[in-house]
Design a protein around this ligand. Structure first.
Ligand SMILES: [Fe+2]
Ligand SMILES: [Fe+2]
Length: 361
């Protein structure tokens, strides 16, 4: 981790900025000895902009995204680009997507997007694609191959059945533990595209995959799950270094499956509890994930905190700064062959001399 702290990346490190835990990730892609090639990008996810009526939106979710944009613009070094991890909208309404994009238009860097299920299921992604373009694509940047997948598709038959309205379909998909829910999937069309896309990439090229849902299976009832995850993993298997970064789960998750490291981004909106606390159905929270404390419900930004992700030597170190939770560092241990919890720093609440609210759990 090399003592990287979020403050090192802010051009203005004054009291106000240092005291606030803002919901954005700085990702450093490092090439070991070839330091001249190193670069950074920022990662923002899951804003869930919620329309009330007219020009009224839920304030808290607006504020999370506004603050993420502000902090991204202050990062030093300036990120080469920004990646947005999906779920701009809460119910896929055009008003929500437009309002979110208006806030995101304040970013000083090019932004790439992935589709979230909350952006998709009202109109099957039509408005999102009209505003943002294709839902899966790849690009190369300074020696790294980036792949963006739409991982929140499901069975065609379910999507295209006779729905009372698109909003009804959206709400069905948004419901947790829905007995009529459907699993997310990448689908055969994209798998074929991915196979062709990767066919021309040499296996020593670092590959970074962006998806919205985890490209692994954690908890089906909440769709912390991608049904055809193993097929995607198989296509990525020949590569030396692969990192998958995803949103959707609104919490810290870490895993290693073969050559693939997985890291989740926290949300700018709210934190989800861990599925392990809800035992109605089987959960497969990765053994390598050390859970965050439960968020303080009286502090609106708790556990929507800041992350620093350092991909030194092609693997990922993640530093989480959580306002009233303990700071966390998860880093790749080359001897163990997987990410490990490296240390716990003091909470930013302590930094701020801010007395955390009483906790009773
Ligand atoms: Fe989300
Ligand atoms: Fe989501």
């Amino acid at each position: 981790m090399k003592n990287m702290k979020r403050r090192n990346f802010l051009k203005i490190g004054g009291t106000i900025l240092a005291a606030s835990a803002l919901p954005v990730s700085m990702v450093k892609v490092a090439f070991g000895k070839e330091k001249a090639k190193d670069f950074t990008f920022a990662y923002i996810s899951d804003s869930h902009i919620t329309h009330i009526k007219g020009n009224k939106f839920v304030r808290n979710w607006d504020r999370g995204l506004i603050r993420a944009v502000a902090e991204t613009n202050l990062m030093d070094p300036k990120p080469d680009f920004v990646f947005y991890g999906g779920d701009i909208a809460q119910l896929g309404k055009a008003e929500e997507i437009d309002h979110g994009l208006e806030i995101l238009s304040g970013l000083n860097a090019k932004t790439h997007y992935v589709m979230g299920e909350h952006d998709y299921y009202r109109d099957l992604g039509e408005y999102w694609q009209k505003q943002l373009g294709p839902d899966h694509y790849s690009f190369d940047h300074k020696g790294v191959h980036f792949v963006v997948l739409n991982s929140i598709l499901t069975y065609e038959k379910w999507m295209h059945q006779k729905w009372e309205s698109g909003m009804h379909r959206m709400k069905q998909m948004a419901r947790l533990d829905n007995p009529d829910g459907q699993p997310f999937m990448v689908g055969d069309k994209q798998l074929k595209w991915l196979k062709d896309d990767l066919a021309v990439i040499s296996h020593d090229t670092p590959v970074i995959v962006f998806s919205h849902s985890p490209l692994q299976k954690i908890h089906k009832g909440w769709n912390f799950w991608t049904e055809d995850a193993e097929k995607v993993q198989a296509l990525l298997k020949p590569f030396d270094k692969v990192n998958v970064l995803y949103g959707h789960v609104h919490q810290i998750q870490t895993n290693q499956i073969g050559n693939i490291s997985f890291n989740a981004a926290m949300a700018t909106s709210w934190p989800w509890p861990y599925p392990a606390t809800y035992k109605q159905t089987a959960t497969y929270l990765p053994k390598l994930t050390v859970e965050m404390n439960r968020a303080d419900p009286f502090f609106e930004r708790d556990a929507t905190g800041w992350q620093f992700i350092d991909m030194d030597t092609g693997r990922v170190d993640v530093s989480y700064v959580l306002p009233d939770n303990e700071n966390r560092v998860v880093g790749y241990d080359s001897k163990a062959g997987h990410p490990v919890e490296k240390k716990q720093g003091k909470s930013q609440g302590e930094d701020m001399k801010r007395k955390p609210a009483q906790k009773h759990y």
